[in-house]
Design a protein around this ligand. Structure first.
Ligand SMILES: Nc1ncnc2c1ncn2[C@@H]1O[C@H](COP(=O)(O)OP(=O)(O)O)[C@@H](O)[C@H]1O
Ligand SMILES: [Mg+2]
Length: 1122
């Protein structure tokens, strides 16, 4: 046998050292569990596939150890074994429930919640319908387990925000599903010798979920209510709970109108001598039942009708028959029948007649014959009465189930279903009748499913998938199922039907006919005929059935009289319960009870086989409901017939998980870069090779998986869980990436925004400066020639060029020297050349600092004294004393402040910023300043002594101007009306990368994206549709979903970098009639200049005032002297 890799090896290849495993005993070492150390110490092994010895005894030993350690749950792989603790272990609290949420089976201790979680998880993850099959003897804990599953699912499934369930609502559906428990238990459970709350019917609850895993509806299928219990029970058992709840707690009004008294007043509820059960609080349960009725939406009318039917049943039981002298039945106490007639809303005499006689028709079915009343004897009358009571109750029960289903019907489309099967357990009584045959038959069918799916199919699958496999023997109970249900050769049900068909008046004759027919089954090894009894060797034990009354129970048809009676009722609810119309022309034999149970059992099997099953196998530790007694022998018996040992063997040798290649690929393609790209499935090969690729790429050990012909097999559950974890992490990582990209984008956006803002601010301020400058030129009003370089570009009028108003230390020196007051703001500062008259010599310009504030102009002078430079105010000219300024009309830099008379005369100086200075002064004096521009500047040299400075053009003065004896010589400038050229564009400078994010290109936007070229060379895999999936359902276009395509696209759309800035604007286009000139002398040109010979003819493209013309000759250009 191949032990499972992680867990089995040590226990099979390395026997425990002596004394090392004292707690487990020799030969049964509990395998070290990774949960050890941080979990409560577990007794035995929590998964019996880890048992070192596989035998029924070893299983029993392990279960016992755990039971005594209050651990009632144990796994065989994904099958849960549950031993009824018969006490509250405190293991169903909300915190415990929550601790199973989202965990896989191996992460947590075995629990019914883990099974529920696994089913719920698998439904959502693998989109498969699920079912939980709970089996075990009566009282072993099936119903409890089913309730825990429902509780778990209600707790963890969606909370139904944005309620999509329509009228019902998800919360309401959950409430209703949970409410079906108390409701159906009241009507369908009873106290038996084995179980105080024994389910007397089978129930398959299907909860429907939408695609979000929220419950949107539910449906209950009901199987074979044990209706015989309505009219009688064996000693110390009870009728259905509802009868005790109702009779003990009916309202005064109900007591009045329905004649309800205590349970002791009715034969049906009191005959078996058990009215109270210590563990049951009928009053509390009744309140619960009424609450449940309201939750599932039963109206008051409907509830009233239900209780009226219960009253009918109770009162029918009290009809007593007497015997007249002919031996026919009579009813001595007409008061009872009268009350029944009142309850049923029928005629009293008809009731009496129906109960004491039967209408007979001669000539058989379908033929016209004479009809006459046959009086019934006392026992026949009693049987007829009970039949009516049973029929009313059975139909009432079915009505309730149907009604609940109407309430729980999904209002919207459902995607998946989780079914929970809680059916009556295998039963062996002293006296076993038709009911036990049916119950045990259904249990055989369930065992068959279990065998089919866990033992047989599993092994067959290994063979079919060509997986290396050694077959394991087990008892296949198929033969027993066939013995009971086969048509040909006739099985037990078929024989019973044949016998039933012959029964007309005499049930015992029919029973005898059944005995005859059974004799043909004598050769079957699982069957023994024993006179009026027969024995079936069930998988769970041998059961001896009593034939007496079987044909009658099988016939299960109401006599015509009863149907006629109900038909006359004016109670519409009762009419609804009995829709059957008597159709005398129908020759077809109505289906028997056996037919019905066979049909529904097979429908159930078919339904279950369509879902992924989970199993809970419940074990009853003792017959006494004792929390401490571990009845080893009884449990060993259960272990054997449940086939646990075989289950372990198959499991150990086999593979924990398998699924079709398609499903595997669909689930896990994300895990391999070879099968996915950006979340899309990209494998072009077949699913099988894709699946193998994934398993290879995920690094799963080769002996952990095998490829079959249609499925991949995974040996250990740990491996599957590892794959699942990887998948979870994948999405987690992807989410992280998206978040990162988004954050990068936000950073990028902010950075761009702040750059734009910065740029705009600088521009905005620049515009202010530019406007101011324009204003300065406007002030000069085109009256003064301009310096050529002043036109080159729009220079800002920044004003404070020496930073006197700023923070620099050089600025501070000037500020201190000027002794500026606190309210003075510097509007202009700059270096100037002040015209100074030196004694005995002619005046000449001398450097000064000029600082202009909003109130005065300061001329500062720096001088060296004792090796130290000091700066002092030479002259302060309050702005109010400046009446006007004088400038020449040529391109020189001279300017004079014409002040009100002062001893020192007017300051005359040069400043390259003269225009700006004028503009600032103009502004500072609120426009009162007068600006004189002319061919000479008139100023006061001294007080009362005026002087003119003449300006004349002298082209020999190339740069600046020359002052000599009141004459300034200056070259020609640009025409006074010249306009400055637009502001220069800022140099691009160094572009900082906007961010370092992984998804953003390195080095900023101007460097090409490295992946842009990569994307071109490495093709992006095209997404393909998943195997078995229809591709067009994807609303998204694949082309746009690949990030490479996305990131590459913008880079191609990026604007090209700005062209390198050209130093001079392009020359204007040549005019059609270009002026031609003849050169007057030889000129030897240098770089950029044009060499010319005397008399050579050239075209002049541009005439510059500086004495140079741009000429063209033979297609080449160059400057030449004009
Ligand atoms: N897990 C459990 N914990 C505590 N008591 C339980 C548990 N399971 C069953 N029981 C007890 O056993 C009784 C019978 O269980 P039940 O589920 O009705 O059996 P079944 O449906 O298999 O016949 C319950 O009424 C309860 O008292
Ligand atoms: Mg039950």
């Amino acid at each position: 046998m191949a032990p499972s890799k992680k867990v089995g090896k040590k226990s099979t290849t390395a026997p425990p050292k002596k004394g090392a495993a004292s707690s487990s005993g020799p030969g049964k070492v509990a395998k070290a569990d990774w949960k050890e150390g941080f979990k409560k110490k577990q007794a035995g092994v929590s998964d019996m596939t880890l048992l070192s010895t596989i035998s029924n005894e070893a299983i029993n030993e392990n279960l016992k150890k755990r039971f005594e350690n209050k651990e009632i749950y144990t796994y065989i792989a994904h099958v849960l074994i549950s031993v009824n603790p018969f006490r509250d272990l405190g293991i169903y609290t909300l915190p415990i429930l929550q601790s199973y949420k989202g965990k896989n089976r191996l992460e947590t201790a075995p629990h019914v919640y883990a099974i529920a979680e696994a089913a719920y998880y698998a439904m959502n993850a693998y989109s498969e319908n699920q079912c939980v099959i709970i089996s075990g003897e009566s009282g072993a804990g099936k119903t409890e387990a089913a309730k825990r599953i429902m509780q778990y699912i209600a707790e963890v499934s969606g909370q139904g925000e944005g309620d999509v369930a329509g009228v019902g609502g998800i919360g309401k559906i959950k409430d209703m599903v949970l409410a079906t428990n108390p409701l159906l238990e009241s009507f369908g459970c009873a106290k038996t010798l084995r179980n105080d709350n024994s389910s007397r019917h089978g129930k398959y609850l299907e909860i429907m979920f939408n695609s979000k895993g929220e419950p949107v509806g539910a449906q209950i299928t009901n199987y074979l209510l044990e209706k015989g219990r309505v009219v009688g029970q064996i000693k110390n058992e009870r009728d259905f709970h509802i009868f005790y709840q109702f009779t003990k707690n009916a309202s005064p009004e109900q007591r009045e109108t329905l004649g309800i008294q205590g349970p002791e007043s009715y034969v049906y509820t009191s005959k078996s001598g058990c009215l109270d059960v210590p563990s049951i609080d009928d009053a509390a349960d009744f309140a619960e039942t009424l609450k449940a009725m309201n939750i599932v939406g039963l109206s008051q009318d409907e509830q009233d009708s239900i209780f009226r039917c219960l009253a009918m049943v109770l009162w029918l039981g009290n009809v007593q028959f007497g015997e007249n002298e002919d031996g026919n039945s009579t009813i001595p106490d007409e008061g009872v029948t009268e009350f029944i007639a009142y309850l049923m809303e029928v005629d009293k005499d008809t009731v009496t007649k129906v109960l004491t006689s039967r209408v007979m028709e001669t000539g058989g079915i379908g033929r016209r014959g004479s009809i006459y009343d046959v009086p019934l004897n006392v026992s026949q009358a009693g049987a007829g009465r009970d039949a009516l009571a049973k029929a009313i109750y059975e139909r009432l029960f079915q009505w309730i189930v149907d009604r609940v289903n109407v309430s729980m019907k999904p209002q919207v489309r459902h995607d998946h279903v989780i079914g929970v099967l809680d059916i009556y357990g295998f039963e062996i009584f002293q006296d076993n009748s038709f009911e036990q045959l049916c119950i045990n038959y259904v249990n055989e069918k369930l065992q068959q499913i279990f065998i089919e799916l866990t033992l047989k199919t599993e092994q067959e699958e290994y063979v079919r998938e060509q997986i290396k496999w050694t077959p394991i023997d087990y008892f296949d109970n198929k033969v027993v199922c066939e013995l009971i249900e086969e048509k040909r050769p006739p099985g037990i049900f078929a024989a019973l039907n044949d016998a039933t068909a012959t029964a007309h008046a005499d049930p015992s004759a029919a029973d005898n006919s059944f005995v005859q027919r059974l004799s043909s089954l004598g050769s079957n090894p699982n069957f023994e005929s024993r006179g009026s009894k027969f024995l079936i060797k069930h998988y769970a034990g041998e059961v001896l059935y009593n034939i007496s009354g079987m044909t009658d129970k099988n016939k299960d048809s109401l006599v015509k009289d009863i149907l006629d009676l109900v038909a006359t009722s004016s109670n519409s609810f009762l009419q609804e319960l009995f829709p059957d119309k008597v159709d005398p022309s129908n020759k077809k034999r109505p289906p028997t009870a056996g037919d019905k149970i066979k049909l529904s059992a097979n429908a159930l099997v078919e339904n279950l086989m369509k879902s992924q099953p989970s199993y809970i196998r419940t074990i009853k530790p003792n017959q006494n409901r004792s929390p401490s007694e571990y009845d080893s022998k009884a449990i060993l018996h259960q272990i054997k017939y449940l086939g646990l040992q075989e289950n372990i063997r198959v499991r150990r040798a086999g593979f924990a998980y398998r699924n079709t290649f398609e499903k595997m690929v669909e689930r896990f393609y994300l895990l391999s870069p070879n099968t996915s790209y950006a979340g899309e499935y990209t494998w072009n090969g077949d699913p099988q090779s894709g699946c193998a690729q994934i398993l290879k790429d995920t690094g799963i050990a080769k002996d952990e998986w095998q490829m079959g012909t249609t499925k991949a097999f995974i040996k250990n559950p740990e491996t599957l869980f590892a794959l699942e974890t990887m998948r979870d992490r994948y999405w987690h990582n992807m989410a992280g990436r998206i978040q990162r990209a988004w954050r990068n984008f936000l950073r990028y956006r902010n950075e761009c925004a702040s750059r734009i803002q910065r740029f705009w601010r600088s521009k905005k301020d620049g515009i202010e400066y530019a406007r101011f400058r324009q204003k300065g030129h406007d002030l000069l009003g085109g009256r003064k020639e301009r310096r050529r370089y002043s036109l080159v570009s729009m220079r800002r009028f920044a004003g404070d060029y020496l930073d006197v108003g700023g923070r620099s230390s050089s600025g501070a020196v000037l500020k201190n020297a000027a002794g500026l007051g606190p309210s003075e703001t510097v509007v202009f500062s700059g270096r100037v050349e002040l015209l100074k008259s030196a004694f005995g010599r002619s005046s000449k310009p001398s450097p000064r600092f000029l600082v202009v504030t909003n109130s005065a102009a300061y001329f500062l002078i720096s001088s060296a004294k004792d090796g130290r430079i000091s700066t002092t105010v030479e002259r302060k000219v309050p702005l109010v004393t400046i009446r006007s300024v004088g400038l020449s009309n040529l391109r020189d830099d001279w300017i004079a402040f014409n002040t009100t008379a002062s001893e020192e005369g007017d300051p005359v100086f040069t400043s390259v910023f003269k225009t700006e200075l004028v503009a600032q002064l103009h502004k500072a004096t609120s426009g009162s300043l007068q600006i004189n521009i002319g061919p000479s500047i008139d100023y006061a040299k001294k007080k009362e002594k005026r002087q003119l400075i003449q300006f004349k053009k002298d082209e020999m003065v190339v740069r600046n101007d020359v002052y000599k004896s009141h004459v300034v010589s200056v070259g020609s400038g640009e025409p006074p009306n010249s306009q400055s050229r637009p502001a220069a564009r800022r140099l691009p400078g160094v572009v900082r990368p906007i961010t370092q994010g992984k998804l953003l290109r390195k080095g900023g936007p101007s460097t090409p994206h490295p992946s842009a070229s990569r994307a071109a060379s490495k093709p992006t895999p095209k997404p393909v549709s998943l195997p078995g999936k229809v591709a067009p359902s994807k609303p998204m276009s694949y082309e746009t979903s690949t990030p490479a395509a996305k990131s590459a696209a913008p880079s191609s759309r990026m604007p090209p970098p700005p062209p390198a800035r050209t130093a001079a604007p392009p020359p204007p286009p040549a005019k059609p009639d270009v002026p031609r000139y003849k050169s007057l002398f030889n000129f030897d040109g240098q770089d950029g200049e044009m060499s010319l010979k005397k008399e050579e003819i050239v075209e002049v493209k541009e005439k510059d005032d500086n004495g140079w013309w741009l000429v063209t000759k033979n297609g080449s250009e160059g400057w030449a002297p004009s």
